[in-house]
Design a binder for this molecule. Sequence first.
Ligand SMILES: [Fe+2]
Ligand SMILES: [Fe+2]
Length: 250
Amino acid sequence: MGVHGFAGWVAEFEGEKAGRAATPEPEWGRGADLPAALCRSLQKFQVGEDGDGANLIAKADRAGDPGYSAAVRLFVDEERNHARLLAELLGAAGVPLLDGHWTDALFVRARRLLGLRTELMVLMVAELVAVEYYGKVRDGVADPLARDVAARILRDERRHIPFHVLRLRQSPAGRAAPFQLFAVLVWRLLVPVAAVFVAVDHGPALHAVRASRVGFVLAVLRRASAVAAELSGKGDRATAPVTAPEPAGE
Ligand SMILES: [Fe+2]
Ligand SMILES: [Fe+2]
């Protein structure tokens, strides 16, 4: 383990990368038959997954922990792979990709203004939303190719939450505990706003995979409570790499 424990995460990400390389690609050639509402939703998620990795890597490098920098690069690779998987899926369904979307442009612009810690807090909201969204798609979509892609992405997104938690739990010198508690409080207010926004914006897609908007919001809030407890030092869940899949339907 490195000074901050990110050597374990580098090994975790490397292991996942090797696993991906050894796993056959989804059967793109079979095509995909997706509800129109889900296509429109996946187009937006595809833009979001493409994200702004270079900006995050630059901030991680400035933080001065080589182990963390290496882990962040591997994390960004995973997010870019999600964008690639969604692009292939949309291609298999005969749906074009979006050049960009205003919600994503806003998200990226906001993140650029932030320091590493605050950016990770914002990114954590996206991870919580992603875990619930891909879980609902995996469990509710009829198309086997879409189910396969959602399951692959979901597996990574679940690991990203403890990865960010570990970094956020490292108190920088001089950062007072009350400030951290205030940051977590602000974050807890941000989560429901973001969850409701996504539930409305992607509501037709959630409906298409037989998931309710309210259920989606509540599930995101439940996960956010667990994360907030960990960030406030009250949680007891490990922040070491966790690869064990959660039971289906969670
Ligand atoms: Fe992702
Ligand atoms: Fe992620």
